[in-house]
Ligand binder design. Structure first.
Ligand SMILES: NC(=O)CCC(=O)C(=O)O
Length: 297
């Protein structure tokens, strides 16, 4: 089997403290991304809605136009700031997510942009599963009041390293997305996300570790820092999980950067020890195998 991760990669997840001032958020993101790369990171990730408050009433106000691509600076200051930052830091950059407005359809999306170290756009992921939940007395949230869903699995090839998959927050709860990405050869599943104080406590770590153990790949979950003055209080606890579902490192609630040294040998070791990759019984669950998720050679 070809190596999933061709050489070691240093991953950095920036748990950004952001507020209502978009320009200030972009400037803060730049400072923290440059800090991460000055510490040797090759791939840096920002949180969901890293340059705006998180909430349905904020999406239209902060939305930027990304299509046709590339947008102008007026249409999307964040696109240009991220592209320039990837170039400046000479690293791959997963720009968390931003609210997107698509003129042609008049629809809004929660969208993640990934850039290469030359500042070129590599991938766009629109959140596939919208965060619509209702836990009485705790939290009710309905992204679908404003947003439309994306409709694809997003795999990104980093030529020197291998493939990664990008999805956004609530997407992590859907193992199918992760499974397809892993079967197509991703060594790392990345989720810019913003769980809250109710579901964060219940499921943030569980979901990260579950996707790792299901697929025997690395997982990175990148949250905003917690702000108790904001309408929505993010859980924090950005973390890197290894292919054996062990938490390699984790932050608390405050702003910070969590790092992970990712190695191909670790994936191979875990898969050799517990070889679920060669033990699947597609004959017993053909409905899943028919999902066209053949294991890569
Ligand atoms: N921003 C989100 O998608 C939140 C997801 C979340 O909190 C969850 O429990 O899932």
């Amino acid at each position: 089997m070809a190596k999933l991760l061709k050489k070691p990669l240093k991953l950095a997840l920036v748990q950004l403290a952001s507020g209502s001032d978009k320009a200030a958020n972009l400037a803060r993101a730049r400072t923290k991304v440059l800090e991460a790369t000055s510490n040797g990171a090759n791939l840096v990730v920002l949180p969901e809605c890293f340059n705006s408050p998180y909430g349905t009433k904020y999406f239209p106000k902060y939305a930027e136009t990304l299509l046709p691509s590339p947008p102008t600076k007026e249409q999307s200051p964040s696109f240009h700031a991220l592209s320039e930052l990837a170039k400046e830091s000479k690293a791959y950059l997963v720009g968390g997510s931003i609210p997107e407005y698509w003129e042609e359809t008049k629809k809004y999306y929660n969208t993640s942009l990934t850039f290469d170290p030359q500042g070129r756009l590599l991938a766009t992921h629109r959140k596939v599963h919208l965060f619509d939940i209702d836990i009485p007395g705790k939290i009710t949230f309905k992204e679908s009041e404003v947003l439309s869903p994306g409709n694809k699995v997003t795999l990104v090839d980093l030529p020197e390293y291998g493939k990664i998959a990008i999805a956004i927050c609530y997407d992590v709860r859907f193992p199918e997305l992760a499974m397809i990405a892993a079967r197509k050869g991703a060594f790392l599943l990345l989720y810019p996300g913003a769980f809250n104080l109710t579901t964060g406590k219940m499921h943030w770590e569980l979901q990260a570790r579950a996707r790792a153990v299901d697929n025997q790949v690395y997982v990175g979950m990148c949250s905003p820092a917690r702000d108790m003055q904001a309408d929505y209080n993010a859980w924090g606890h950005s973390m890197v999980v290894d292919p054996n579902a062990e938490v390699l490192d984790e932050l608390g609630e405050e702003e910070g950067i969590v790092y992970g040294e990712l190695k191909g040998e670790r994936i191979e070791e875990v898969r050799k020890g517990i070889p679920i990759y060669t033990q699947r019984r597609w004959d017993v669950y053909p409905d899943v195998s028919e999902g066209k998720v053949k294991l890569e050679e």
